[in-house]
Write a protein that binds this ligand. Structure first.
Ligand code: KIV
Length: 275
């Protein structure tokens, strides 16, 4: 059954957890769809995971549309959310609505996600008025990495925690139908989830959220570098891929691949004509 804003809201009301994974390409989208994941996020994290940037700031609308469109071709029942990249909505209400519209019209997204709390509420209201569902994103918002002075857990002091609660209530009031809580202490995320009537999706925010999201390369163990505390490796695909690539390299060099069964035949008569 196709997931919609209504089914996601119903999940919250019925206390059913929502699963979300990032996805950036058609092949992975087909696998995510078959696995029965509820929502896919074409995160601007693609700047780091797919394009090799140090952070998400260089990602463009064209990057987002390109990847969103590819993912949309692999999905039928999974709900599709696309990220609004840095400076595609902060600059003006007009930019926010036009760029959200592009992600829907050109990328085939069902909803857009943008970062920030109370300060982006005018943008959320305007996008929702254009009938585009909005997912808000508060806590550690990676597009603000330079303002935060690094990727840090948010909401640990009383003032900061109060601000996060206010931001959560503000984005709900502005019309967001879901909110991502990133790198927020588990007890605070639980409290926010109870205060809101819309679903909360946590990443590094504990089990008290209404759902969870992870970057798929992180949960598949595809990166050798730093593993954030909140990431669990559900498989070791990076190691498996490396082993397969090494085996291929060895077989090519040893002339054991391709074998007979991987080749196409031609009749001896035809070959004779060629010699
Ligand atoms: O860009 C992204 O992948 C995200 C998730 C980490 C929530 O925003």
């Amino acid at each position: 059954m196709k997931r919609t804003v209504t089914t996601l809201q119903k999940a919250k009301e019925e206390g059913k957890k929502i699963s979300m994974l990032t996805c950036y390409d058609y092949t992975t989208a087909c696998i995510v769809e078959e696995a029965g994941i509820d929502c896919v996020l074409i995160g601007d994290s693609l700047g780091m995971t797919m394009l090799g940037y140090d952070d998400t700031l260089p990602v463009t609308m064209e990057d987002m549309i390109h990847h969103t469109r590819a993912v949309s071709r692999g999905l039928s029942n999974t709900f599709l959310v696309a990220d609004m990249p840095f400076l595609s909505y902060q600059t003006s209400i007009y930019d926010a609505v036009m760029n959200a519209g592009r992600l829907v019209k050109e990328g085939h997204a069902q909803a857009v996600k943008l970062e920030g709390g109370a300060k982006v509420c005018p943008q959320i209201e305007a996008i929702v008025k254009a009938d585009i569902p909005v997912v808000a994103h508060i806590g550690l918002t990676p597009q603000s990495v330079n303002a935060f002075g690094g990727f840090k857990v948010q909401g640990k002091t009383t003032d900061n925690a109060k601000q996060l609660i206010e931001d959560a209530l503000a984005v709900e009031k502005a019309g967001a139908f879901m909110v991502v809580l990133e790198c927020v202490p588990a007890k605070l995320a639980s409290l926010i989830s109870k205060k809101l009537s819309i679903p909360t999706i946590g990443i590094g925010a504990g089990a008290g959220c209404d759902g969870q999201v992870l970057v798929y390369q992180d949960m598949l163990g595809m990166f050798n570098g730093i593993k954030p505390k909140f990431v669990k490796h559900f498989a070791n695909i990076g190691e498996e891929m490396k082993k397969a690539f090494m085996a291929y390299d060895e077989e090519v060099k040893a002339c054991s691949f391709p074998a007979e069964e991987h080749t196409f035949a031609i009749s001896d008569e035809v070959m004779k004509e060629l010699n």
